[in-house]
Design a protein around this ligand. Structure first.
Ligand code: NAP
Length: 291
């Protein structure tokens, strides 16, 4: 069994990005600039944005955070986004989700210039992705594709079972892995909460991507020998430690790992790849936008 080390893979990619930033600066270009929009004071969102800022610093990007109270209206927020769309010093920006309930998230996302939508959530980027055209692929699917590449995991002709059909993980993964490219050329099955007999399907899978948010859902007897298992799930469960919680994935790791050819741990698997993918998208946005 090979443990897929997302932390190490992300650290290697981070070094590559930092080197490209140095090369840009040496060539008289500016550092890529990522802006994060944070609405309200949701603790998890504040942590995610702080982590993104830290990653920007580590690779030499400029980063800015624009914070707004949760009383901001949808129109006011969209007006702020228009300013970023028109600001030539901003290469890419993200709107940290979730937004307060009175704001329609998709309307906000649609107001982002697709060439600066480094989260890859705009319908233009999603549409281009489904057609295999150049686009920003959203960070988690992008990170999973990078992990598959980094570990040379064969995908051609393999049966991939994806647990979860969210717009940010399950469905883009299904699309990417069915494309005529590497990683891809899989036969893909997508399962969700209404799928009967999930075990019958996972037992046929060469690759399982678990993204449902149900701690340790995938048990040892649901996986065939030699499968690759990618665990996207992140759930905090109470624990008797300093933090008062621990992070658990969607896979019962101790039972599943001995049967696998490759498996990602939680934490330290997909998670670190997500932020680095945002950095890769921002670097590419800077390259595209200066042309
Ligand atoms: P989501 O939007 O809540 O979607 C969950 C999906 O799982 C839905 O399609 C749902 O089915 C399905 N589902 C829920 N319970 C199920 C069950 N018992 N059996 C089969 N399918 C079930 O979640 P998400 O945003 O994709 O996130 C999934 C997990 O990944 C969460 O733990 C999240 O924290 C984690 N995550 C991690 C990263 C990372 O960087 N590592 C990034 C994003 C998300 P229905 O569609 O029928 O409701």
């Amino acid at each position: 069994m090979i443990l897929i080390n997302g932390k190490e893979t992300a650290a290697n990619l981070k070094k590559e990005i930092a080197k490209k930033v140095e090369d840009r600066l040496a060539a008289g270009k500016r550092a890529p600039h990522l802006v994060a929009i944070l609405v309200g004071n949701n603790g998890a969102s504040m942590t995610y944005v702080a982590n993104k800022e830290k990653a920007c610093q580590q690779v030499g990007f400029k980063s800015s955070v624009l914070t707004y109270p949760d009383t901001i209206t949808q129109d006011e927020l969209i007006a702020e986004i228009q300013k970023l769309n028109n600001d030539p010093t901003v290469d890419g920006f993200i709107v940290q989700l979730p937004l307060p309930k009175h704001i329609d998230e998709q309307s906000v996302i649609e107001s982002i210039d697709p060439s600066k939508d480094v989260d890859g959530f705009h319908s233009v980027n999603v549409g281009n992705m489904t057609l295999g055209l150049p686009c920003f692929v959203s960070a988690t699917p992008h990170g999973i594709m990078e992990l598959l590449k980094a570990y040379n995991i064969e995908t051609k002709g393999k049966h991939c079972v994806i647990l979860g059909r969210s717009n940010i993980v399950g469905r883009p993964m299904a699309n990417l892995l069915s494309q005529k490219t590497y990683p891809g050329n899989c036969t893909v099955t997508v399962c969700h909460s209404l799928t009967p007999n999930i075990k019958d399907l996972t037992l046929q899978a060469d690759i399982i991507i678990a993204a449902i948010g149900v701690p340790e859902f995938l048990k040892g007897d649901m996986v065939k020998e030699g499968a690759t298992v990618i665990d996207v799930g992140i759930t905090r469960i109470p624990a008797d430690n300093e933090k008062g919680y621990r992070i658990v994935g969607d896979v019962a790791f101790d039972e599943v790992a001995p049967k696998c050819s490759h498996i990602t741990p939680v934490p330290g698997g997909v998670g670190p790849m997500t932020i680095i993918s945002l950095m890769e998208n921002t670097l590419r946005a800077a390259e595209i936008n200066e042309k």
